[in-house]
Write a protein that binds this ligand. Structure first.
Ligand SMILES: [Zn+2]
Length: 120
């Protein structure tokens, strides 16, 4: 390669061009991939059951948890008892998911507990 300057120039031009193109493509792909993967890690980490002491709740997607017990969950209390939200009202999609998932038989005793508690 060094023995042939012409070839080297041509080679460099081609290489620079392809490197440039490849770089742009890679940079874009990496950025998109990072964004996606970063979010995925975050979501999985946040929802990981167990080690952080998280509690499963019908308001969360399957396998995800939040730190407070479900009978203190405003979304669930709203879904079951129509209790108003003390803090900010969550997204309608979260409420809808909670209302849908709370019908799962696994929550039956929890629902009984919550509804029983609320009775005077
Ligand atoms: Zn919840």
């Amino acid at each position: 390669m060094l023995a042939n300057p012409e070839y080297q120039i041509a080679g460099s031009l081609i290489t620079l061009k392809s490197i440039g193109e490849a770089f742009v493509k890679t940079a874009q792909a990496t950025r998109a991939d990072k964004g996606r993967r970063g979010h995925g890690i975050f979501a999985t980490y946040q929802g990981g059951p167990g080690p952080d002491g998280g509690k499963e709740c019908p308001c969360k997607p399957k396998g995800q948890t939040h730190r407070w017990p479900p009978h203190e969950c405003e979304v669930l209390l709203y879904a079951l008892l129509d209790k108003p939200f003390i803090r900010r009202r969550p997204h309608e999609g979260i409420i809808a998911r909670c209302q849908r998932q709370v019908k799962d038989p696994k929550w039956l005793s929890l629902i009984k507990e919550i509804k029983g508690k609320d009775k005077p």
